[in-house]
Design a protein around this ligand. Sequence first.
Ligand code: 5GP
Length: 189
Amino acid sequence: MNNKVIIFSAPSGAGKSTIVNHLLKLHPELEFSISATSRAPRGQEQHGVEYYFYTADDFRQMISEDRFVEYEEVYAGSFYGTLRSEVERIWAKGHTIIFDIDVQGGVNLKRIFGEQAFSIFIQAPSVEVLRERLNGRGTDTEEAIERRVAKAASEMEFAAGKFDHVLINDDLQTALAEAEKIVGDFLAK
Ligand code: 5GP
């Protein structure tokens, strides 16, 4: 199958960037999709490297011209989206696109790309490990622990039906090995 995409989504702190960067080093045919955004560059960020930076007015103009595969107003006035030209740029080289995107964006992209896409939700840690860690820390009340555990459980439930694979990142080496296996299998299809 040609023209493939791999989508990684996760709640923050799940180790998504580490896993994505590992895969990019391992497979030269993978290429990271650079999103467009209307937020200001942070620190050393450069146009065309971390993001394509635009003003909110330019971004709105591009929306009206139907130049996005998907976009979201993630924070008020801050738009983020995937340009059709970015998808074409990467596919033109015969590369597979890798997306590092929030959970809602990941669900949208899977819906758009269907069978061409393999979507992976990174979950960290599992409910059991999370409860153990929170108990061990001894700083949270029982009620607070259960609230966090319930949130993690509901995120996992939300993701389970909507992503092709749920990758549990309790142990980074194990998660990297699993990511290598599932991505390798998808690329070989
Ligand atoms: P940040 O401003 O911290 O770089 O990103 C903020 C949020 O925007 C993150 O959750 C990130 O995943 C999300 N994001 C980045 N690029 C895109 C995109 O192309 N589309 C959507 N829907 N969200 C994105």
